[in-house]
Design a protein around this ligand. Structure first.
Ligand SMILES: CCCCCC/C=C/CC(=O)SCCNC(=O)CCNC(=O)[C@H](O)C(C)(C)COP(=O)(O)OP(=O)(O)OC[C@H]1O[C@@H](n2cnc3c(N)ncnc32)[C@H](O)[C@@H]1OP(=O)(O)O
Length: 666
């Protein structure tokens, strides 16, 4: 009997020489053993751990155990017989689903699927001993999965064609899921020994791929961000969070509703405040609907009772933490912070869900600025996994620790970032968007730019995202910044503050083209609120007229230029953010971009991507583009990038040694 709680291979060893006994011969030895081998599974049996269990003749799992083949999430496939044994045990469709998604299953589901033979609430080893005694003397012929014929679906080709199509669509360029399907196909079409050979070949291809490196980097990056630090010396391991039982959400628009749902689902007592009675009622209905749908989907109990609704800020008097989620309007937010500071009991943390505004300015409105931090959620707030926790120069370590822990409790990945316009995510978005606009001026179309970005792996190109989130959002910000001037002023509309500016987005807004909500934007939709973007001849004519009016001659722009200008401008800002100390390390930026902005996970994140491309190459291309566009500061290589390149392009895990001590920029 063997007792298992194995998280699989040590992922850190993948980059180095693997140690320990090779798994495949061991697996064959166990399966061929003349004596029955029963696996007792407690905790987790993942990856190589489950493959080992599959070589045993019987499997007994504790009811709290979790099982799975998550290799695909690390850019690999189960390379120790998992792709050959699992379909033989549970059938092709179920095995394909588990192997291509990497999903973990509970012991109960594993029993239902036929992966384990028994589930126990008792000690799994004791149960397995008992089980072994009950099967003593029985033949093992029917227990060696490697000897089973693989069930062959009657419509084999159609099944695999359908799965392959679906997997390719959702993989967005990731090769591991596609390769997993090929390996399972080998289980069905080849004898076991040949299938194992094919699995090994396919595994080797993935093992050395850049995508596997990226996904394994990302696995650790997502864990590294919890070990946060701030310029003042506050750290995750020395700062104690304060317990939060009751929280208030102020403002029940889209974001406030999503935040309330997240809090209620995590078991917090919630006070939801919206000052207008009608809006409060609407919000209450919407939140209840969201909770009901989600409870139904997850088979979980309803969290209705946790939320109390009120029209008065005074309802927040006795809460431990407040999340303000009103319109992105500094004057309004300041007024609310002033009131909250007077209403709330001493020690209440005051947090703002602002996406770009100055946390320090909000803190300065309160009697206890050390209790103020930003909690920047991403829409839809009850779905998106990312939370930027924004500390100002006066935020206390306790406030940062509490917000970080609160994020974790509601199922988010919290990343601590410094205070500057747009924090990390939105600040990097600005030069990216700017390049996309400039490319249109120079001859590209929204379709072309979006196609290049989608082929790179983004779920949506920049113009489709802009249509989805609404062009008016950025327009308001640009107007407030004094950037929007009438196009009739000719060339001057294209230069603002001595730097190139594209008024294209402003011009569309002036035409009432706000994106999906108005049925027109960079694309056209069948109706206001429509979701399917269609090319719009009006937009193409508009671009031609615009270029003619400004004396711009359209040129053919190739895919490489589109990609490099958009991505390298964004990456360059990332280096600036590291240099400014707004993010403590490249992992923070990468996690923010993967979880908040659709950056393809199999490319690791923008900073990892720069490392893969080569910092010297990124620098070289930025220098070239900046020479061609000297009036675009976003293309001027940041000095940290220069420093890293001059220092021989150290690997990403060594960048922190070169980065200065973090500090807030405001
Ligand atoms: C010729 C063919 C040869 C084939 C050879 C066999 C190959 C097998 C392939 C594999 O087995 S690939 C690995 C498959 N396993 C996984 O992907 C599991 C990864 N881990 C997890 O999903 C989770 O960590 C967990 C096990 C479910 C536990 O989650 P929990 O939230 O409780 O803790 P974490 O914070 O995630 O982890 C704690 C700590 O442990 C580190 N860690 C976890 N798993 C691994 C691992 N497999 N290798 C190395 N390190 C691991 C994790 O990074 C955390 O440490 P950190 O310092 O905070 O980063």
């Amino acid at each position: 009997m063997s007792c298992l709680c194995i998280t699989g291979a040590d992922i850190r060893e993948f980059g180095a020489k693997m140690s320990g006994p090779p798994l495949v011969p061991m697996i064959h030895m166990i399966e061929a053993a003349a004596k029955p081998v029963v696996a007792a599974i407690e905790g987790v049996a993942l990856g190589g751990g489950l493959e080992l269990a599959l070589s045993c003749h019987y499997r007994i799992a504790h009811s709290k155990a979790r099982l799975g083949l998550p290799e695909v999430t690390l850019g690999l496939l189960p390379g120790a017989g998992g792709t050959q044994r699992l379909p033989r045990l549970i059938g092709v469709p179920a095995a394909l689903e588990l192997i291509t998604t990497g999903r973990h299953v509970t012991a109960a589901e594993a029993l239902q699927l036929g992966i384990v033979d028994e589930v126990t609430d008792q000690n799994a080893v004791d149960a397995a001993v008992k089980f072994a005694q009950s099967v003593e003397g029985k033949s093992l012929d029917a227990r060696r999965i490697g000897t089973f014929p693989c069930p062959r679906p009657p419509d084999l080709d159609a099944v695999f064609e359908k799965v392959m199509k679906e997997v390719r669509r959702s993989a967005r360029g990731a090769i591991a899921p596609v390769t997993c399907v090929q390996a399972v196909h080998a289980a069905v079409t080849l004898p076991y020994a040949k299938g194992m050979e094919r699995e090994r070949e396919l595994f080797s291809t993935l093992f050395t791929s850049g995508q596997a490196r990226a996904l394994q980097y990302y696995f650790f990056a997502q864990r590294a961000v919890s070990r946060w630090s701030t310029p003042s010396g506050a750290r995750w391991d020395t700062s104690k969070p304060r317990p939060v039982r009751k929280a208030a959400v102020i403002g029940l628009g889209t974001m406030g509703r999503g935040i309330s749902v997240s809090l209620a689902q995590a078991g917090f007592s919630v006070v939801a405040v919206e000052t207008q009675e009608k809006q409060l009622l609407e919000a209450k209905q919407a939140v209840s609907g969201m909770l009901e749908r989600d409870a139904k989907r997850r088979g979980a109990p309803l969290a209705h009772g946790n939320i109390k609704y009120s029209c008065s800020l005074k309802a927040a008097a006795d809460v431990d933490l407040v999340i303000e989620a009103v319109f992105e309007d500094m004057a309004l937010k300041k007024a609310i912070f002033r009131q909250l500071s007077a209403i709330c009991k001493p020690g209440t943390f005051l947090c703002s869900n602002t996406s770009a505004l100055d946390i320090d300015e909000l803190a300065s409105q309160t009697q206890s600025p050390e209790l103020v931090v930003g909690m920047h959620f991403f829409a839809p707030a009850h779905v998106m996994k990312l939370l930027e926790v924004v500390y100002g120069p006066r935020s206390s370590p306790e406030a940062v620790a509490t917000a970080m822990q609160m994020g974790k409790k509601i199922g988010k990945v919290s990343v601590a970032v410094g205070n500057c316009r747009g924090f990390v995510g939105n600040r990097m978005l600005k030069p990216y968007l700017e390049q996309a606009f400039f490319l249109l001026e120079e001859g590209a179309t929204p379709e072309q730019v979006d196609q290049v970005l989608e082929e790179f792996g983004f779920p949506m190109g920049v113009f489709k995202v802009s249509d989805l989130s609404g062009l008016d959002v950025g327009w308001k910000v640009r107007k407030a910044d004094g950037l929007v001037v009438p196009d009739s002023t000719g060339k001057s509309a294209r230069i603002q503050g001595g730097r190139r500016y594209s008024p294209l987005g402003d011009l569309l807004c002036e035409q009432g083209r706000f994106g999906q909500k108005t049925g027109r934007g960079w694309y056209q939709y069948d109706k206001p609120g429509g979701r399917v973007a269609k090319s719009d001849p009006w937009l193409h004519r508009f671009l031609e007229e615009y270029r003619a009016r400004h004396g711009l001659v359209a040129r053919r722009i190739d895919q490489q230029e589109v990609l490099e200008r958009c991505l390298y401008a964004l990456i360059n800002e990332g280096f600036q953010i590291l240099q400014d100390g707004i993010a403590a390390g490249p992992e923070d930026i990468d996690v923010i971009y993967v979880l908040g902005y659709g950056w393809p996970r199999h490319r690791g994140g923008p900073m990892f991507f720069a490392d893969m491309v080569g910092l010297d190459k990124v620098l070289d291309r930025l220098e070239r583009y900046h020479q061609l566009h000297p009036d675009v500061p976003g293309l001027k290589p940041c000095s940290l990038l220069r420093k890293l390149a001059a220092g021989g392009c150290p690997p990403i895990h060594r960048w922190r040694e070169v980065i200065q001590k973090p500090h807030s920029q405001l």
